[in-house]
Design a protein. Sequence first.
Length: 207
Amino acid sequence: MDNVLVIGIAGGTGSGKTTLMKNLIQRFGNVITVLSHDNYYKRQDHLSYEERCRTNYDEPAAFDTGLMVYHLSELRRGVAVDCPVYDFTVHNRSNETVRVEPNKVIVVEGILIFENQELRDLMDIKIFVDTDADIRLCRRIRRDVTKRGRTLESVLNQYQTTVKPMHEKYVEPSKKYANLVVLEGGKNLVALDMIMGRIQRHLDETE
């Protein structure tokens, strides 16, 4: 476990977590393994599509975080895991899995990853990406409409009924657990340089 650096990247929907993560991957390439909380939404075969559309996906109970804790523990031990794959177009976990290999650096990302203490305790560095709510909403609309086949009306309705209130209840309070708060995500070049420097030191120390 001493030769593995686990970095948690949390923050609200559309805050810039993915941009930050992509910049790290672009810089360090295949020494980084990514584990996304979004893939650990619970399977909902017992619900109809209409019922799945009405599910609150922004509260801790929507996730199988226990499985993610187990997988991250295994990766820290150097053991590969079969990560579930979530299909956002049907609001359910698919039957596919993706083989995730252990690495020197593991990035864990998601809106609620700091809410769970067991998951937090497996992280060496906790980063919270903090971005203005209006910007986050615009980014979410663009993503869900273009990449997830959603309608504008459904995105706005979900934002008003669950995303915003759950952000205020769970996501924003979890910022207190962060070691570093990054404004504007991957576009914050000063913070990005600091994070990259920390990763590089870890890689140099474990060669």
